[in-house]
Design a protein around this ligand. Structure first.
Ligand code: NAP
Length: 345
């Protein structure tokens, strides 16, 4: 008999931690996977410091996306799975397979195990990176759009998320037909950190607050708060209408890096004194990219490109109401200060 537990993969991650908090707050029992069992104490402490002591309502299984061990145990007795874990790194990997293999094969591993265990529904955390890269559009991107994984110059991360999500839909269209799949496609996730681990999106705010980004490339991002993305996962998990659907998660219109920097300055006052709002011309980014790996990450086909997306579908179908982008960005900065990761002023 099913206990109705929810499995959240990768409990040590930024979004997964907030999903676990939201599930516990809603009264669910939660199981989560960790690559390393040594991280359990840190996870429990982070949840407790956010106001929820999980006690026996949280159990941990050790599992890695690149190996079969642990996944059957992880899904056993679960009615729902939130598959959140996927590699995300601020630096470009030496080889794209470092991201693609765990993302794609790990997703299939989780889906196969879930299907074999009779799980009802899997909510997969994909990304806007699987929707809006490699193909410029003059209108806002929508759930019907897909990143072309063979587009020239496409970075390893959007490729990994596109291939993983494609594989997931193919699985439920084929051997896993009895399994319901819902996919969430968040833009850049910001908001409060639960502990000292930092996802790549948070490192952007940290670098800005530390004054390490003296000038900003002309790149545009969507912003969404991690608490709202977690809330959308829970809605996607339970709403009957969500089955078989993708949902873009963005707080509002996309922002330039300059607008993100300005929002931090406006909301954080003296703590954001080092945040630069100077813009780097595209030609200079491309020139510096010949010598610098960091600049190469900005000198992508996305440089200088205006883009946007809408979460009208999640709002209309699931009643989702995210908080404004500036609030999400300010919450990241405030938590970096509170945790002593960046100085308060
Ligand atoms: P994060 O904090 O870096 O979390 C990533 C999680 O994936 C960690 O728990 C990590 O475990 C786990 N992981 C990585 N490789 C693994 C492997 N081989 N086996 C098992 N676990 C592995 O990033 P996040 O922001 O929370 O991202 C969560 C999800 O949201 C990802 O699917 C990401 O693609 C998606 N997403 C993120 C953003 C964003 O802006 N952050 C935007 C859109 C979508 P360890 O702690 O052991 O490394």
């Amino acid at each position: 008999m099913k206990t109705g537990s929810v499995l959240v993969t990768g409990g040590s991650g930024f979004l997964a931690g907030h999903c676990i908090l939201a599930l516990l707050a809603a009264g669910h029992r939660v199981r989560t996977t960790l690559r390393s069992p040594q991280r359990e104490a840190g996870l429990r402490a982070a949840l407790a410091s956010a106001g929820i002591d999980p006690g026996a309502r949280l159990d941990i299984v050790t599992a890695d996306l690149t190996a079969d061990a642990g996944w059957a145990e992880a899904v056993a007795g679960c009615r729902h799975v939130l598959h959140v874990a996927s590699p995300l790194s601020a630096a470009a990997p030496k080889h794209e397979d470092e991201l693609i293999r765990p993302a794609r094969e790990g997703t299939l591993r989780v889906l196969r195990a879930a299907h074999a265990a009779g799980v009802e529904r899997v909510v997969l955390t994909s990304s806007f990176a699987a929707i809006g890269y490699g193909k410029p559009l003059s209108r806002p991107y929508a759930e019907s759009d897909w990143t072309d994984p063979s587009a020239p110059g496409l970075a390893a991360y959007p490729k990994s998320k596109t291939l993983a999500e494609r594989a997931a839909w193919e699985f439920v269209d084929g051997e896993g037909t009895s399994l319901e799949l819902v996919v969430i496609n968040p833009v850049g996730i910001f908001g409060p950190l639960l502990g000292p681990d930092m996802s790549a999106s948070i490192l952007l705010v940290k670098s800005m607050l530390e004054g390490r980004l003296a000038a900003l490339p002309r790149l545009m991002f969507g912003v969404v708060d991690v608490r709202d993305v977690a809330d959308l996962h829970l809605r996607a998990m339970t709403d009957p209408a969500a089955a078989g659907e993708r949902f873009i998660a963005t707080a509002g219109d996309f922002l330039t890096m300059q607008e993100i920097a300005q929002a931090l300055r406006d909301r954080l006052g003296p703590a954001a004194d080092k945040v630069s709002t100077r813009v780097l011309p595209d030609w200079l980014v491309r020139l510096v990219a010949r010598f610098s790996a960091a600049a190469r990450q900005a000198a992508t086909p996305e440089l200088g490109r205006r883009k946007n997306a809408s979460s009208a579908k999640a709002r209309a179908m699931l009643g989702w109401e995210p908080r404004p982008a500036a609030e999400a960005l300010a919450a990241t900065g405030e938590s970096l200060i509170r945790l002593g990761i960046v100085p308060g002023r």
